[in-house]
Design a protein around this ligand. Sequence first.
Ligand code: PGA
Length: 262
Amino acid sequence: MTNKRTLIVANWKMNLNTSQASILLHRLHERIRIHRDIEVVLAPSMLVLQPLSVQIDRRKFRLAAQNAHHKDEGAYTGEVSFTMLQDLVHYAIVGHSERRIYFNESLEDTRDKVAAALRNDITPILCVGETEVEHKNKETRQVLHDQIVTALSNVSSSEIKDIVIAYEPVWAISTFGGKLAKPSDIEPIFEYIRMQIRELYGPKAAKVVRVLYGGSVDDQIARGYLEIEGCDGVLVGGASLNYHKFAGIVDSTYKMLNEGKS
Ligand code: PGA
C-alpha cells in the first residue's frame, strides 16, 4: 500500500463557455466534499482557466490545462505556453489521443510537451493508448512502449515521480467508438506500463508513478477500473460534463477507499 492520492480528472474538452463552466463548478462544489485521499482535477478550456481559478475552492479542486505549446515564449501565433500557465494549473494533459489523431501530434511533440510541463513545475498527465486497429493486431504493448519511452526520454530520475500516466485505449474513448474495456483485460496493461517505468527508472519509481484509466468511464463503471491492481485514478471525458455523474465517480472512489483498498 502506498499513500498516493487517487486522482479523478475531468477533461471537459472543447465544451462549456465561461458561464457554463462556472455553473458546473458551482454544482460540483455543492456536491463534492473535501477528501484527503482523493484529488479532483478539472481540465476546462484554456479560456476558462483564469476565471475558474478565482472561483475554485482549492481544498477541493485543482486545475489542469488540456494542452499547451512546448516552447516557453516566442512567435507562435495562437499558442499558449506552459510558462504562461504556471500559476494557474497544477496539471496538464499531454498527448491525448485527440491531439495525436486530430492535430497530428507526434511522439516527439509529446516528449517536448512533457519536458516543458516539468520545466514549468506543472505535472504532466501523459496519455497513452493503442488504436482499435493496433489493438486487433495485438500491437498494444509495442505502441505503449514507443509512446512511453519517447515521451519520457528527457525526464530525469528525479522528475519521474511527478509524472502521471493515463492509459486510454483509443477505441474505448467515447470520441472514437467508446467500446467498454473489461477491467480484467486491461489489468495486465497496467502491469506492463509499470514494468516500463521499472525498466527505465527502477522499482521505486514504478511504485510512485500514478497510473490512471480513461475511456468512457462514468459513475456506474468507475469502480471496476479503480479496483484494478495499480490503478490510481480515472480520466473522465463525457461523464465529467454531468455534475451528477462526475460527483458520483468521486463518491464511489471515496466509498471504495474507505472500505480499505489495499
Ligand atoms: P470519455 O473521454 O470519458 O468521453 O471516453 C475520456 C478522454 O478522452 O480522456
